[in-house]
Design a protein around this ligand. Structure first.
Ligand SMILES: Nc1ncnc2c1ncn2[C@@H]1O[C@H](COP(=O)(O)OP(=O)(O)O)[C@@H](O)[C@H]1O
Ligand SMILES: CC(=O)N[C@@H](CCC(=O)OP(=O)(O)O)C(=O)O
Length: 260
């Protein structure tokens, strides 16, 4: 029997900061047919609020060094401010959203990132996605909205990159569904030249990815996004798309499709 479709959509921090773009995105998301999950970041907002509180943000390889004070900030910002505003907006669009951290219904279990050259503090690497429990919400016609927080089932919350949350959810749920994973951010897709929004790479297989990576075409946050994407494709996710927030509702435009 063929599997039902499930769309998992991740929205990044730059879009969350742009009220107009966020509203447009949420409208498109609420109209998206079929079963779906939203994952949101919010790194920019966390950095802004941390700085107001006199807490300096320190990112290494695209990941936030998360000490105890920073963990408090990200819990308030991701799990509270950003998540609940998105859920409320979706409710206003008649989408029955339920906001979750990875601790809720024990949905995403993680372990502290091992200390090698760098100690990331309270940053968790995902070890298990409880896809059966998440599916109970989906089956009940709720739309889960995940923030970038996981837990160790021992009372400890962890900060986990939102792109990783999206790919791990996609991998877990691909056991039950035909999963399409969308990474939505402020650009039109993966670009040949990061300053030229018209230079979208339409299709990218693993070979092209490796050679462009070698040529230095990808920087900063794009590197973990692509690593997560190919890992998801290798682990059973059907398709990965990277594009601007309208990619979920309008396929007559530029965006990037990744494949193995
Ligand atoms: N080749 C590339 N194409 C598109 N964006 C790129 C590329 N290389 C680097 N980037 C950068 O990656 C960023 C996206 O990563 P990130 O900031 O983590 O996204 P998100 O908003 O989803 O969290 C873009 O804002 C862009 O500046
Ligand atoms: C460990 C780690 O780096 N976590 C990220 C989680 C938020 C995130 O990924 O937000 P964007 O998608 O908006 O970048 C952070 O705190 O910045």
């Amino acid at each position: 029997m063929s599997k039902e479709n499930l769309s998992i959509v991740k929205i990044g921090g730059n879009v969350i900061e742009d009220t107009e773009a966020l509203s447009q995105f949420l409208e498109g998301f609420s109209k998206l047919k079929g079963k779906k999950i939203l994952v949101h970041g919010g790194g920019k907002r966390a950095t802004h609020i941390a700085s107001k509180l006199g807490i300096t943000s320190n990112m290494v390889n695209g990941r936030r060094i998360t000490d105890a004070n920073t963990l408090d900030v990200i819990t308030m910002v991701y799990g509270g401010l950003v998540n609940k505003n998105i859920v409320a907006k979706l409710q206003g669009l008649n989408t029955d959203a339920i906001g979750l951290t990875g601790a809720d219904i024990n949905s995403i279990y993680s372990e502290k990132r091992p200390v090698k050259e760098i100690d990331y503090g309270f940053v968790g690497d995902v070890k298990k996605v409880n896809y059966k429990s998440i599916n109970r919400l989906i089956e009940a016609d709720f739309t889960p909205v995940f923030c970038a927080i996981t837990h160790d089932k021992n009372g400890q919350l962890f900060n986990t990159n939102a792109d990783t949350i999206a790919s791990e959810l996609a991998i877990g749920l691909s056991k039950l569904y035909h999963v399409e994973l969308y990474y939505c951010f402020e650009k039109n897709g993966v670009l040949m030249s990061v300053d030229d929004d018209n230079s979208v790479i339409d299709y990218m297989d693993t070979g092209t990815y490796e050679s462009l990576k070698h040529d230095g075409v990808f920087h900063d946050g794009m590197l973990p996004k692509l690593e997560n994407s190919y890992y998801a494709l290798e682990s059973g996710v059907s398709r990965v798309f990277i594009g601007n927030p309208t990619v979920i509702s309008n396929k007559n435009q530029k965006f990037t499709t990744l494949y193995l």
